[in-house]
Design a protein around this ligand. Sequence first.
Ligand SMILES: CC(C)(COP(=O)(O)OP(=O)(O)OC[C@H]1O[C@@H](n2cnc3c(N)ncnc32)[C@H](O)[C@@H]1OP(=O)(O)O)[C@@H](O)C(=O)NCCC(=O)NCCS
Length: 380
Amino acid sequence: MEETIYRGLDGVNVDTSEICFIDGEKGELIYRGYDIGELTEATYEEVVYLLWEGELPTRAQLDAFRATIAEDFAIPDAVVDLMRRLPHDAAPMHALRTAVSALAAFDPDPDGVGLENVRRIGTALLAQVPVLVGTLQRVRTGVDPVAPRADLSIAGNFLYTLTGEEPTEAATRVMDTALVLHAEHGSNASTFAARSTASTLTDVYSAITAGIASLKGPLHGGANTGVMKALEQIGSVENVENYVLETLAKPNGRVMGFGHRVYKVRDPRAFILERVAKQLAEESGEAKWFEMSLEMERVMDREMAKKGREVKPNVDFFSASVYRMLGFPADMYTPIFAVARISGWMAHLFEQYADNRLVRPRMVYEGPRGKTFTPIDERG
Ligand SMILES: CC(C)(COP(=O)(O)OP(=O)(O)OC[C@H]1O[C@@H](n2cnc3c(N)ncnc32)[C@H](O)[C@@H]1OP(=O)(O)O)[C@@H](O)C(=O)NCCC(=O)NCCS
């Protein structure tokens, strides 16, 4: 019998969801009915509330949500110690994945998958992961951690625990926008990994650790670090063309930050991040990264047009120069993506645990059959 194979689950619907809609032909991204462009007006906490509750909060609901988050910012000293003891040159995504997994050991009820407990853990992770990432950057550079502050937002505490300085309103606003844009994106690889993991009714920490593990790859969240490393290697606008041509000439050569499984046009998040990058470039006087990015898009457009293709910038492309202009090192960009995506992963875990079905696809077997066993000493 001829079996249909959907490699990479391309185009396969695995379930229904009420969280996110993407129109890849039109370049539309919608969270719970709101276009992503509208939501950049909101704070990250408002958008998390929207993703989790289905509606934007009232002022009173937002204040109550912020108060619950504020109780959870602190991370166990033992987890800080754990991060300190890891080799300081270890890639931050390895350290983050390990630290998030370790948090389960300090939770009074890590395994309960009832919705109230899942919600409790989700709120704790929403607060703790930004602090973990900020703290990780300090301890791996040999600087003492600073305690998070209950009066700061999630974006504010991320910046504060990373730099140890009171974050400016402008930097907090840019971080909020970046977190909103990276919060959710339907059934992408890491969200699917988190949902598949949860579908065995294992715990939230395991599911989120699986999400982080999947996000790390260069074809997914790892691409933003890849973009920055490429820009650093290229070094100037004049060198961009050669870099793109050389990369495309390699077998399976991929220019990081371009292309998408769902979007056939420019990712709507790239338009917003381009505006942010342009503004930061003007304000910081560090226009080089932004100018190199524009040149990269120009050369990619031209080269892809020769093949009759449109391979456009995705969310990772301009986020790289934005993070660079905020002063973050390139290998921290994917952990920052994880800080934001916690909210989307959790929204999906709420749906998954509320109405679970074990994820268990099949493979079409193409290996040999009918072999007979030979004892080891008789094998030639
Ligand atoms: C994201 C990605 C994996 C989606 O890929 P996909 O749906 O599997 O599409 P494919 O990889 O099959 O690409 C389709 C065509 O576009 C080309 N293409 C896609 N992305 C490309 C890129 N970044 N650089 C160069 N060519 C690219 C491929 O070469 C392929 O052409 P071919 O059929 O002539 O070989 C892919 O675009 C990619 O590797 N991008 C770089 C990594 C990245 O930025 N990831 C972040 C995603 S948010």
